[in-house]
Write a protein that binds this ligand. Sequence first.
Ligand SMILES: Nc1nc2c(ncn2[C@@H]2O[C@H](COP(=O)(O)OP(=O)(O)O)[C@@H](O)[C@H]2O)c(=O)[nH]1
Ligand SMILES: [Mg+2]
Length: 352
Amino acid sequence: MKIGIIGSPQTGKTTLFESLTKGTTQVSQSRTNVAAVSVADADLDFLASVFKPKKTTPASVEFADVPGIPSGQEHASRRNELLKDVKNVDALVEVFDAFSLKPSPGELISRIESFELDLALVDLEIVEHRLERMKREKLTPPLEHERELLTSAQACLSAGKALRSLGLADEDRKALNSYAFITLKPVMYVMNITMTDEAAAKRLETDLSTTADQVDATVMVLDAKLEREISELPPNEQTEFLQEFGLSGSAIDTFISRAYKLLRLRTFYTAGEDECKAWVIEAGTQAREAAGKIHTDIARGFIAAEVISLDDFRKADNSFKIAKEKGLLRIEGENYVVKNKEIAHFRFNVSH
Ligand SMILES: Nc1nc2c(ncn2[C@@H]2O[C@H](COP(=O)(O)OP(=O)(O)O)[C@@H](O)[C@H]2O)c(=O)[nH]1
Ligand SMILES: [Mg+2]
């Protein structure tokens, strides 16, 4: 999974990137920074404590921190250039400065709108260019349908609205896939504040959620600078630091779990003495396809999946053997939809 971090200059994007990467990556201000971040997962830690495997492999997310995107017509080509770095990400995090001059919720909403207007213009240019060319082409029925889709996209973007807000059906979304429209990607708005108290942060989040909901986005309020400070501390000092500031926890874990929700992602585990590993799948993924994440051979020779929820595994004294005896270990077929936080073991047969 890839997530792009974008925003106007000086909003705290690189600071957020550094708190995600815990300072392990040398950052540049003029080029896009890319790094894979391991996802902290207490359930995977639990499995590792049970199986004591040779290797524990958490899920990972790739973040791309793009330099500040300038506003205004005169910067259109620079904007296009920078946005190329997020063409193939799965979701966008848009960071806004809510720390300097303490902007009101209304002011923040207009900043969101103005930033998204710039993005809409980037997509609009692509749409209009394509529509212009289509005028000279002989259109097959699928292309005719695509032209209709692009015409409604043009109206949406001309009104300064993101393509997300069209609420396209999955097949229409697929038909537009090759354009890699920036405003069609799932979005999380990050309001970068100076944390004074968590209750105030929560209130701001609630104030902005209604607006975010309307444009099919999600919102998160955090203090990037504070998060970077926390991430630099050894784990035992982090707790102390959080208490001192009257904070209940770091926002980074919440940030990751919201990103998962945004992308409709689920986690399943494989667990044994060799390795305990977290696997990321999209909601609705069936057993054979989930098996294919591990190896294409396992998908091809798929026989069955043995699955158990983490809760049931705990009820069975953390033992597959007891789980089997108690009938808690289930055998499922290829079309079984793998649930979040299940442990799975795939039986397969490769005959040649
Ligand atoms: N007061 C305050 N300053 C911040 C915060 N986040 C970032 N900054 C400062 O804003 C400036 C720009 O931050 P940076 O992360 O480089 O922004 P970018 O241009 O969006 O990558 C730096 O001087 C940061 O120290 C914050 O939450 N509070
Ligand atoms: Mg930066």
